[in-house]
Design a protein around this ligand. Structure first.
Ligand code: NDP
Length: 327
């Protein structure tokens, strides 16, 4: 049990499976200059946490896990004037979020609006900013166009689909099971394709033989070629995740053969690296939540101590919507 000077944290001492995730009690120093001490109320689980656990994205060990949490400011370090004790905040991009309490830089904190609950903030902040990056910053989704979204019933998919709908796009979603197809339709997919089907052939059927202008591919290794084949000339292959493993190298000539295709491999943290960028993305996300275009859909909750179970479910494709941990 955490006290005022300790925190319960999940740490790994080596890369590997969920069994490497250990619940530990650590001493927590008072917040340093520019830092705040946080008490977490809800923690976001994201696929990047799996990559960091396995070592696909290596960490210096021992390491905390988790990039995102919502909570309350409990104490201020020297020089912090942007926040006060009691503020409700959310953050992402700070490894070590799987914790009851932590110290963290005040400049990374974003206030949670009163119309968003803590659980909802932890469910949407990292995933929703990722969607903002995908549909506004990289290439703006256009009204009337048809787009292809992989893992449409997943955490990012549950935000990407309705937000793209709100911009006027028709979404074709790829999912692994009929149950996930039903859920993806409730998120706003006009059509769904099972990943066991010939995805590119189905996309061509559903687009009058033409293909789509943009594919949002978070599956990676298993889906990349089908994504490239689903694009019409000058289409965008936006490959932003590795759920099935990292994408094999794509030769520039493959892009030429597809008809002058554009390929990009974005990472959120290069779109929110400065405070104005972070605030712009957060304002867009909160605006989409206030209007109802985007809703948090927390479909799995685990206790912090059971975070390994959360990883097993996420990696085993057993989850849909968002997953959170409760400290
Ligand atoms: P999801 O909830 O979407 O879970 C991943 C989904 O991927 C699964 O539910 C599953 O859906 C699908 N999938 C396909 N193949 C596999 C496989 N072999 N193993 C496991 N899952 C598979 O996760 P998140 O919402 O957290 O993240 C979605 C993706 O977005 C991830 O790839 C993540 O890395 C990426 N991402 C990238 C960011 C960036 O900055 N580039 C930022 C945030 C997320 P189904 O069963 O329907 O196939």
């Amino acid at each position: 049990m955490a006290t005022s000077s300790t925190a319960d944290v999940i740490r790994i001492h080596r890369h590997g499976g969920p069994e490497e995730m250990k619940l530990e009690s650590v001493e927590l120093a008072p917040p340093g200059a520019g830092q705040v001490r946080l008490k977490h109320t809800a923690i976001g689980v994201n696929f990047i946490d799996v990559y960091k656990r396995t070592g696909l994205y290596p960490s210096q060990l021992p390491a905390g896990l988790g990039e995102e949490a919502a909570g309350v400011v409990e104490a201020l370090g020297e020089g912090v004037t942007s926040l006060k004790v009691g503020d409700r905040i959310v953050y992402n991009g700070l490894q070590g979020g799987y914790a009851s309490h932590r110290n963290a830089p005040a400049e990374k904190m974003v206030l949670i609006p009163d119309y968003v609950k803590d659980e909802e903030a932890a469910a949407v902040f990292l995933k929703g900013l990722t969607v903002w990056m995908l549909i506004f910053e990289i290439r703006r989704v256009q009204p009337g166009e048809t787009i292809l979204v992989w893992a449409a019933a997943g955490g990012v998919g549950s935000i990407l689909t309705p937000w793209a709908n709100a911009l006027g796009a028709r979404v074709i979603g790829v999912v692994s099971t009929p149950e996930k197809a039903e859920l993806a339709k409730t998120y706003g997919c006009a059509e769904t394709i099972l990943s066991s089907e010939d995805v590119a052939a189905r996309v061509k059927e559903l687009t009058g033989g033409r293909g789509v202008p943009v594919v949002y591919d978070s599956v990676g290794k298993a889906s990349a070629e089908a994504s490239l084949k689903s694009l019409h000339p000058r289409g965008w292959f936006i490959t932003f995740g590795n759920a099935s493993g990292p994408v094999d190298p794509v030769a520039p000539l493959r892009l030429s053969q597809g008809g002058s295709l554009v390929m990009t491999r974005p990472t959120l943290f290069s779109f929110t690296g400065t405070r104005p960028e972070l605030e712009r993305g957060a304002a867009a996300l909160w605006g989409a939540m206030r209007s109802g275009a985007v809703k948090a859909d927390v479909r799995q909750r685990f206790a912090l101590k059971d975070s390994g179970e959360a990883h097993r479910a996420l990696e085993g494709r057993k989850t849909s919507g968002a997953t959170i941990l409760l400290p």
